[in-house]
Design a protein around this ligand. Sequence first.
Ligand code: SF4
Length: 441
Amino acid sequence: MKYHIATFGCQGNERDSEMIAGILEKKGYKATENINDADVILFNTCCVREKAENKVFSRIGKLKELKEKNPNLIIGICGCMVQQEKMIERVRHRTPYVDLIFGTHNIHELTKLLDNIREQKKAQYHVLNDSENIVEGLPSKRQFSYKALVNITYGCNNFCTYCIVPYVRGREKSRKPEYILEEVRELANDGVVEVMLLGQNVNSYGKDLSEKVSFAQLLKEVNKIPGLARIRYMTSHPKDFSDELIQSILESEKVCRHFHLPVQAGSSRILKLMNRIYTREQYLELVAKIRNAFPEASLTTDIIVGFPGETEEDFSQTLDLVQRVRYDSAFTFKYSPRTGTPAATMDNQVPEPVKKERLQRLMDVQNKISLDINKSLQGKVLPVLVEGSSKGEANMLTGRTETNKVVLFPGSPELTGKIVNVEITTPQTWILKGEIKENNM
Ligand code: SF4
């Protein structure tokens, strides 16, 4: 029996897919890249943007014929999309041949649900609104041998007004530190050199645990684990980025000097409407503290343009903030309403052409800054974790610096998973090109 998983969305979903794959492999299934060859096809979905949902329905639509030819084929949908209200009805209506729906809180039930489908010859749709406890110890089939995602929290308590995540992923729950540290130790023993600690807001880690432990304390403990070379974390909400955390990173040499601090908007008025709980001034103060403590660090961000009510003046404050902070790079998005969130029904929705034009102006400003910063790296020799062959360029390897910059350079795929020194020869806006200097790391 073979399975095929199509994963949409963020690293949280990628990690869930690794666990789903682990459960299926434990049940004796083997993975296949070829969807036509699979006995179980699962779509692990995202609902952050409407587009992602439409894509899933269109992909499932194309499977109708396959299902008609092979009635034993199991087609399933899981992930954030099905956690939304009325989604089960929508799936039933649009793609009635879907056999399996389960949510983000009951992945551990997958084996039972598959057995029920086979035994009862009946579709199984089961989604929970939230979960009381975190289910630990699920099997897992990791995607990479040298780097790994490790959940530290699930869910979110912040309710940014544009975001659907708290509604579909439930309230914030932290994993106990002993489980996290055990998982990281096992990974390091297996040869993993880089871990990414994952949560919707890692900075509030531990607040819900009976034995209080902060993210800053957790980082220090992870830093002690032998064998690891790099520790990353995501996502880091600026409102919870404490001085204690800055101090902990200073004392933890394995924690990468890359700060991804989603600002979302440069105007305090819009930040308030977004319910981000910090002002422009507080954000800039935090950036100054980080720059002061880590002068060599890279800073990246997420920005939404065209949030409801955003005026030209608000937008110019975003441009101004970008110029002040000088991010290494930024993920920039046009605001896209999500049904069920407060922002979707706010007055003064910004017209699409205005959003488009603002996005372009923002990207022009940011791209110039990115190129300027990258040019300053010309001639520098940087340690790069090799991630494998480049998809776009033959005979080239791709890897990342500690500051999370993508580097392309010629080399043997056997170096995958190793940290090599690369001299930067051709810096560009989004990537750095270089040459291996020596391979002694
Ligand atoms: S912090 Fe805000 S943007 Fe991030 S998941 Fe929570 S609600 Fe969404």
